[in-house]
Design a protein around this ligand. Structure first.
Ligand code: AHR
Length: 520
């Protein structure tokens, strides 16, 4: 017998509640080290009547019963591939499989499998409105080792999208078309972004070209202001609806879309006829906030929508590939999910246990550990503090960099030579030589044992001035912080008399993400 709408809604709400309770039970039983195989995000969406039609993750199963591969890597040494799967059905990635296969060589992520059973997998994005930088105009593939984290204590890797990187599927199955309702969420690294177009995950054109307003509906994350933006300096979660990133009902500024920078960020966009929403939250704890929930934008061409049903990751609909970001998991649904369903999914994401640790993305400033120091300014998120001889600069380091360059971009954290509550950075490749400033510029020099050297080589970490990573105050010029400027490295004050003291971009230029080292 057909259920009446109210009864159907009530039954859906009960099923979502039951699914959410199963998540909580799983956490209690699992003690945080293993995860219940009963109810994962796509089980929760299904219980809410809005099943997943695509489910992508490099970190965990998105169905309690899923036991297939998560992604495929290809290694440089012999060009062979290997699927990376799960430790157990419904559980976490077996990252050791990648580590073994990719030991002593570079690896790229070639396929991100679709767990939904619809084969909506993501592969190297083809050329479209814009040509990619790889052979044949394809986009680059992600470095499989570039975004290490832990999840419930298990090692895992995200999809690190440097500009030029992109994934796509133009022949999907079951993804919303036209004005059909859909939802999507993704978990991103909220500290990795830039102002290029467009770090997206979601629905796009099937020919990789700009087919006009309303031909996309994807989650965007970053701080580009060409189209929409919200409060603060970004980054913002917005909806890419083609020829426009929307932060609310108005093109351009919408006051309710805040800058968000959780290290692990849950981002949501959903849309149905003349109605859409943006929601987001901290993927590690707490609920979701709604930044927009209302009518389609006040601009021509977005009502009704003309969605085409391709899926993109890390690029714009027309294959614009200037953007940066990191993706861990995400799904697309058939039907417009309720807020209650998404709240239950957020509880599941919280329980999954995303973390950085000394084994994960964030290196720690613990004396004795080795780290790399990555710039956070939008221009430069692939640049690290490096030295070449005594000269210190920021340089791009990738998995394909030489082992010398990787070592020159890796630093052993030492208790501060002048103040043990601060730190000094000893070169990984040149034992006994430290980062120190001289005439406000940073150099690598051997420790001469003097008290001046000790002070010049001591830096006191504090929270990053732009909300990311750390800023490092000079021990003997406490208003000056390690800053990159023109790819050189200084200790700079905010608005002093030197060119490198410029106020513009100061907070970004003095903020560094402490990562696992390029050379352990
Ligand atoms: O809507 C913003 C961007 O505009 C789209 O991602 C891209 O297709 C176009 O350049």
């Amino acid at each position: 017998m057909a259920l009446r709408p109210r009864t159907r809604r009530a039954r859906s709400a009960l099923l979502v509640l039951a699914a959410a309770l199963a998540v909580v039970a799983g956490v209690l039983v699992g003690g945080g080290t293993s995860q219940a195989a009963t109810s994962q995000p796509c089980d929760i969406y299904a219980a809410g009547g809005t099943p997943c039609v695509a489910a992508h993750s490099t970190t965990r199963a998105l169905y309690g019963s899923y036991n297939g591969p998560l992604y495929q890597v290809r290694r440089a040494s012999d060009n062979t591939t290997r699927d990376v799967g799960l430790l157990s059905a419904g559980g976490y990635v077996d990252a050791a499989a990648q580590d073994t296969f990719c030991a002593n060589t570079n690896c790229l992520i070639t396929i991100i499998y679709d767990q939904s059973g619809r084969n909506n997998r993501l592969t190297q994005a083809p050329p479209g409105g814009f040509q990619g930088p790889a052979a044949g105009g394809y986009d680059n593939l992600a470095d499989a080792k570039a975004a290490p984290i832990t999840i419930a204590g298990h090692k895992a890797y995200g999809v690190f999208v440097a500009p030029g990187t992109g994934y796509r599927n133009n022949t999907t199955n079951g993804v919303a078309k036209g004005d059909q309702p859909e939802g999507m969420y993704a978990v991103f690294d909220g500290t990795h972004y830039n102002g290029g177009c467009c770090f997206d995950y979601g629905n796009a054109e099937t020919n990789s070209r700009d087919n006009g307003n309303g031909t996309m509906e994807a989650i965007y994350f970053g701080n580009i202001k060409v189209w929409g933006y919200g409060t603060g300096n970004g980054p913002w979660v917005m909806a890419d609806l083609e020829n426009g990133l929307f932060s609310g009902v108005n093109p351009g500024y919408n006051a309710n879309d805040p800058s968000v920078s959780h290290r692990f960020l849950t981002a949501i966009v959903k849309g149905e006829p003349n109605h859409w929403a943006i929601r987001a939250g901290n993927a590690q704890s707490g609920g979701l906030s709604t930044y927009y929930n209302g009518a389609r934008p006040n601009a021509a061409g977005y009502n009704p929508m003309k969605k085409e049903g391709a899926i993109i990751l890390g690029i714009g609909g027309d294959n614009s590939h200037g953007s940066a970001g990191t993706f861990y998991e995400g799904v697309m649904t058939s039907g417009y999910p309720t807020d209650a369903t998404e709240n239950a999914v957020q509880a599941n994401i919280n329980a999954a246990g995303y973390a950085t640790s000394s084994n994960g993305n964030g290196g720690t400033l613990t004396p004795g550990s080795t780290v790399s120091l990555r710039a956070t300014t939008a221009c430069c998120t692939t640049r690290y503090i490096t030295h070449s001889g005594n000269a210190v600069a920021t340089s791009v380091i990738t998995a394909s960099s030489s082992s010398t360059d990787k070592g020159n971009g890796s630093w052993i954290v030492r208790a501060g030579l002048a103040n043990g509550t601060c730190v000094s950075f000893e070169s990984r490749n040149t034992a006994g030589s430290f980062l120190r400033h001289q005439n406000y510029q940073l150099y690598l020099q051997a420790n001469d044992g003097s008290s001046l050297f000790a002070s010049d080589a001591t830096f006191c970490p504090q929270a990053g001035k732009n909300g990311q990573g750390n800023s490092f105050a000079s021990a003997n010029f406490s208003s000056r912080f390690i800053r990159h400027y023109g790819n050189n490295v200084y200790i700079a004050s905010n608005g002093g008399s030197n060119t490198f003291d410029a106020t513009s971009l100061w907070t970004d230029d003095v903020s560094w993400v402490v990562t696992t080292p390029w050379a352990p």
